[in-house]
Design a protein around this ligand. Sequence first.
Ligand code: GLP
Length: 263
Amino acid sequence: MEVIICHDPDCAGEVSAAKVAQVCKEAGPGVVLGVATGSSPLKTYQNLAQMTRSGELDLSQATAFALDEYVGLPAGHPESYHEVIRRTVTEPLGLDPARVHVPDGSLAHIATAGDRYEAAIKAAGGIDVQILGLGANGHIGFNEPTSSLSSRTRVKMLTPGTRADNARFFASVDEVPKHCITQGLGTILDARHIVLVATGTVKARAVAAMIEGPLTAMCPGSVLQMHRFATVIVDEAAAGGLALGDYYRQAYSEMPAWLQVHV
Ligand code: GLP
């Protein structure tokens, strides 16, 4: 795992976007992106959007797969991840909406939604770079603690803590759905590159557990320890619980030029 400690969230947004853009350029115009909702990657998307506006990056032929969706929200609900991805990713990055996929959280089709999503990712050739945030309890996507480390896209029940965290997007916590459909930890591990962004003191414990704790389903993010090309980008506040913080800072600041070409 490559750990990059940035001084603030703006810097984390710039560095994470540069990492994602590097993979996009290597993969070519048909790059397949994995995209996350949540506040953590918003600055990443803003920087990528700027790159597309300046012509440095062209994502018009890219495909994207979202990580997760609530189950049972009416189509077009502003907090459905279909809508959040459209607002924060599809439009600003200039993606073709026909090639942006979000798990189907409609109750009528939920029994087959996971398998259909896995098949769609496979048909697209797999995900080249998966952008991730991190929940305060260590979840990635909506894979709550004790998720199977080899899980695939399926329905999960949200923890009360995650529903409380996400209540800020709804009128009250009671309106936050109890169920979600999320790519599994095994699905996420299949991405060729992973770029995770976490900022703020509220994430410090989860960041430390993910990077330095044991590999355990109690901290789903720790599964990234198994990935060959995972980059974790945090700000100083989120890095507060790391035992080896100085080592990561030194490794990044003194990285030889010949190593910097590899994500
Ligand atoms: C949500 C999403 C995750 C996100 C996480 C953290 O529940 N399903 O994909 O990474 O919580 O969100 P935030 O970045 O807003 O802290």
